[in-house]
Design a protein around this ligand. Structure first.
Ligand SMILES: CC(C)(COP(=O)(O)OP(=O)(O)OC[C@H]1O[C@@H](n2cnc3c(N)ncnc32)[C@H](O)[C@@H]1OP(=O)(O)O)[C@@H](O)C(=O)NCCC(=O)NCCS
Length: 244
């Protein structure tokens, strides 16, 4: 990918920010009578600045919408999904052991859903909201799983991580290896500096993937999701990367 976060020049947002800074000063002066009111004005000014975004906020996290680059690790090639992957996706994600702990994989897995899902990837990539990778074997090309950055925000330089791996390949480090490559891509080429990930407390394999990737526990949301008919807790993990 030709984008280089070190040389990227953001759009000129200096004027609106100067105006907001001036407004903040005016607000602080107007309410000078009471220090608590000054604090309120400062909070409002900070909120205004936050809404406008920092100077270096790009319009989108995806600087080159035409191209989702391949990523390589020692055992894996991560590439965009292809329409021809649909049958494999249905077979792998249609396994109840893969689908059950996830929030979005349906079970049973209906015909046609895999093709629709794959067709949604390119528009989402162009919009800069999601990047989804097919995780394949570097030796054989076999589809092994998927890793996704979702809900990407240019303002917050943030994304949510999700993944699944074919049951036959669990616990051989496939997901961790793929997640590592996606994190490096997100940081180096998309300037993402925070990634969040969540799982059910009973999903030990997923929690372990997060821990091995350097995510830290940030909380437990009690009975947070209606998971296939049962209210369950969610564990929240976060990864802060250089740049915040
Ligand atoms: C979660 C998932 C993607 C992990 O894939 P994976 O390729 O097996 O992951 P890795 O091998 O890189 O790491 C898994 C780690 O969890 C450990 N683990 C797996 N199941 C475990 C269990 N029941 N108890 C304890 N540890 C477990 C493995 O030993 C490994 O840790 P280690 O390397 O320290 O030994 C896979 O289990 C999966 O597809 N699950 C269903 C979909 C899913 O849950 N997605 C995430 C939704 S939040």
């Amino acid at each position: 990918m030709s984008f280089d976060s070190r040389t990227f020049t953001p759009p000129n947002r200096t004027k609106p920010l100067l105006l907001l800074t001036w407004m903040a000063g005016v607000m602080a002066t107007v309410v000078k009578a009471s220090s608590s009111e000054v604090s309120v004005a400062r909070i409002l000014a900070v909120r205004l600045l936050a809404q406008n975004g920092p100077l270096a906020t790009p319009a989108t996290l995806n600087p080159n919408p035409a191209m989702q680059p391949q990523l390589r690790t020692s055992r894996l090639v991560l590439r965009p999904f292809d329409p021809d992957d649909a049958d494999d996706v249905q077979r792998i994600a249609g396994d109840v052991r893969v689908a059950e702990p996830t929030a979005h994989v349906p079970h049973p897995y209906p015909d046609g859903v895999a093709s629709e899902w794959i067709a949604s990837h390119a528009p989402a990539f162009r919009a800069g909201t999601d990047v989804i990778y097919a995780v394949t074997s570097a030796d054989t090309g076999e589809l092994l799983g998927a890793v996704q950055l979702a809900h990407m925000s240019a303002l917050h330089r943030r994304a949510e991580l999700g993944y699944w791996v074919a049951f036959a390949h669990w616990s051989s480090g496939i997901c961790s290896e793929a997640v590592g490559a996606v994190i490096r891509y997100a940081h180096n080429e998309l300037s993402i500096s925070r990634i969040v990930c969540s799982c059910l407390p009973r999903n030990t394999g997923s929690e372990r993937v997060m821990q091995k990737a350097g995510f830290l526990p940030e909380g437990r949301l009690v009975k947070h999701v209606n998971h296939r008919g049962v209210f369950e807790d969610m564990l929240i993990y976060g990864l802060s990367l250089p740049g915040r």
